[in-house]
Design a protein around this ligand. Structure first.
Ligand SMILES: C[S@@+](CC[C@H](N)C(=O)[O-])C[C@H]1O[C@@H](n2cnc3c(N)ncnc32)[C@H](O)[C@@H]1O
Length: 597
């Protein structure tokens, strides 16, 4: 039976306590889980004003039967309670820590961290801890340990230092929590990270979306000194660097085309069970990992674990955390706001790789990003597109689907841009693009954003030197007629571009390309956009009547290495009026004829 906004009398299997005689015969009860599921569907007022008083007035045996009330109250009020309600619930739960029955105390212990135990809650937990330690109750110590892992602060540390024995993982998490609350512990971009003499295998992985690795390599070659770095390999989705001396993360974060930085620590087998516990703990506590974390963190280094594909092995993961702490107690596990992540990623043939990754939020390269939209581009992709476009002086840019403006900004940051124009149907996107471009501080660049369909952009024909855009891909932004949209897009692009101008965009459709022969494809590369492939393409506008060989995509992959400067401007024949804003369709023969002329 599923009760939505049910009544208390329907939730319990018998008349409520209020209506039945006190010493009535025993009625069959639901399991804690069933009762919890039904109680959590009650309105919170009914839970608090009826279920809780009934629970308070109940006999010890009835309390045990109704213990799910505690769980339901904890869950509902932690999510939907006002501050006053949370205070009242907190006091109630703290009182329940004194209940003579272990099960009632245990439920209260589990609910308190959700609602926020506060200093009083922590104090009462520690008082209870002292009692249960005297009683040698290992089970309750474990439960208290779990609760203190979440709420324990300075007071708990003092008790630990006094010598009270708590599970090692509790000690570790309490220390991590205290360090977190001191508001230190961020990754230091400017710290020197060590190049350990005996560690010739040390590598740095610059991970990126598959298909973008050549951009990362090229940018790394350009921005890193060859006296300090070697490019060890370029593989799909990853460029591996070998540092030749100590280095700073800040140097790596001058490269804009990669997504994340990681340091390989080793491998572990994918076998079930605990065979991987010791090797994984040793990776975390290794000299390389600890040296990187200790040098690169403000305060005590903390790490979280991100383990792909081992979701049901919580026990083994706790063992890893315990063992790593035993091997290297200077580094603490902490699931919340940890500056470092230990990633365990399936690699091949039953082997996972273990990597250390700095968690830099916000990404230091995106200081300009004041706001965001749901359909925003992946910033490193925008950076790759800007590099693909190449440099050209006096650049005038249009992004027909500008969203939050990342492509315009990334190209702007490369320099030489006179003005940027963005159009988007979404008024919020336009607002966000405006604040972002302001955040980018592109003083010399004029920026203009218009809320309109790209077909209605008021741009003089032949006025644009670069169109750079991540159009709707038909996933997050749904479009009824993608073919039609792209056909119109090519016509609009061809018309707006000056001769020599470039069109750089992400193409989600396999079978579209401009019908207009003055748009010539120079580059095409398949890119993984997070589980689906698109093609990153660049076209160049050539003068009408000029012939150009269409170059096959593959061979063009090297092309961007030395993207040529735009050809000197040629006189563009006056194009037809903006027909696409007047109800025409780019697929019609007339439309294509007009666009060509
Ligand atoms: C993939 S998002 C662009 C993301 C953008 N590059 C960024 O950095 O945030 C595509 C954008 O196209 C806009 N859009 C969809 N159809 C459009 C149209 N016909 N004219 C103009 N904008 C349109 C959507 O509102 C959306 O913001």
């Amino acid at each position: 039976m599923k009760l939505v906004y049910g009544r208390l009398a329907d939730v319990y299997c018998y008349p409520t306590y209020a209506t039945r005689p006190r010493e009535s015969q025993h009625f069959p009860m639901k399991s804690d889980q069933d009762l919890y599921k039904q109680l959590r569907d009650l309105p919170k007022e009914e839970l608090w004003t009826r279920a809780v008083p009934l629970f308070n007035a109940a006999s010890p045996r009835e309390r045990l039967e109704q213990v799910a009330v505690i769980r339901a109250v904890g869950m509902i009020f932690s999510r939907f309670g006002t501050e006053d309600e949370k205070n009242a619930v907190r006091n109630w739960l703290i009182n329940l820590l004194k209940d003579p029955q272990e099960k009632v105390r245990r439920y209260a212990l589990t609910a308190l961290p959700k609602i926020g135990a506060g200093e009083e809650g922590e104090r009462e937990m520690l008082a209870l801890l002292k009692d249960v330690v005297e009683d040698h109750d290992g089970r309750e110590i474990r439960h208290l340990g779990r609760a203190l892992e979440k709420v324990g602060g300075e007071a708990t540390l003092v008790v630990i230092e006094e010598g009270i024995t708590l599970p090692a993982i509790t000690v570790q998490r309490v220390k991590a929590g205290v360090s977190r609350k001191e508001d230190v512990g961020g990754v230091l971009l400017d710290a020197w990270l060590p190049h350990l003499p005996g560690d010739s295998d040390m590598r740095v992985l610059l991970r990126c979306r598959r298909g973008l690795e050549e951009f990362v390599r090229e940018e790394a070659e350009e921005k890193l000194s060859s006296r300090e770095w070697l490019i060890a390999s370029v593989k799909p989705g990853c460029v591996t660097l070998k540092p030749l001396k100590e280095f700073k993360l800040a140097t790596l974060y001058r490269i804009r085309c990669f997504a994340t930085v990681a340091f390989p620590l080793g491998t572990v087998s994918d076998e079930e069970g605990s065979k991987w516990v010791e090797p994984l703990a040793r990776c975390i506590a290794s000299e390389r990992a600890s040296a990187l974390m200790l040098s690169g963190t403000e305060g005590t280094p903390r790490y979280r674990m991100e383990i792909a594909g081992r979701g049901h092995q919580r026990g083994a993961i706790r063992q890893v955390i315990d063992r790593a702490y035993a091997l290297c107690p200077e580094i603490l596990n902490d699931a919340r706001q940890a500056p470092w992540s230990i990633d365990v990623l399936p690699a091949s043939r039953g082997i996972s790789v273990v990597e250390l990754r700095p968690r830099l939020y916000p990404d230091p390269r995106l200081g300009y990003r004041q706001d965001d939209i749901a359909a925003a581009s992946h910033p490193p992709l925008a950076a790759c597109m800007a590099r693909l476009a190449g440099l050209s002086d006096d650049e005038v840019i249009w992004d027909p689907f500008c969203g939050s403006g990342l492509e315009l900004i990334e190209r702007g940051l490369l320099g030489g841009v006179t003005s940027v124009h963005g159009t988007d149907l979404d008024s919020r996107a336009i607002e966000v693009a405006r604040v972002n471009i302001e955040g980018a501080g592109l003083q010399k660049t004029k920026a203009e954003f218009t809320e309109c369909d790209f077909r209605k952009a008021s741009l003089a024909p032949g006025s644009i030197s670069l169109i750079i855009t991540n159009p709707p891909l038909g996933r997050r932004v749904r479009i009824k007629d993608m073919q039609g949209l792209f056909a119109d897009f090519y016509v609009a692009a061809s018309r707006a571009l000056r001769v020599g101008g470039r069109l750089v965009f992400v193409n989600p459709l396999r079978s579209t390309e401009p019908e207009d022969p003055t748009l010539v494809r120079e580059y095409q590369q398949t890119v993984d956009l997070g589980g689906f492939n698109c093609r990153l393409e660049m076209y160049r506008k050539i003068g009408a009547g000029k012939s150009a060989k269409r170059l096959p995509g593959k061979r063009q992959q090297e092309k961007f290495k030395s993207t040529p400067k735009a050809k000197p401007e040629e006189k563009t024949p006056a194009p037809a009026p903006a027909w696409w804003s007047k109800g025409g369709h780019a697929n019609s023969r007339e439309a294509r004829r007009r666009a060509r002329n």
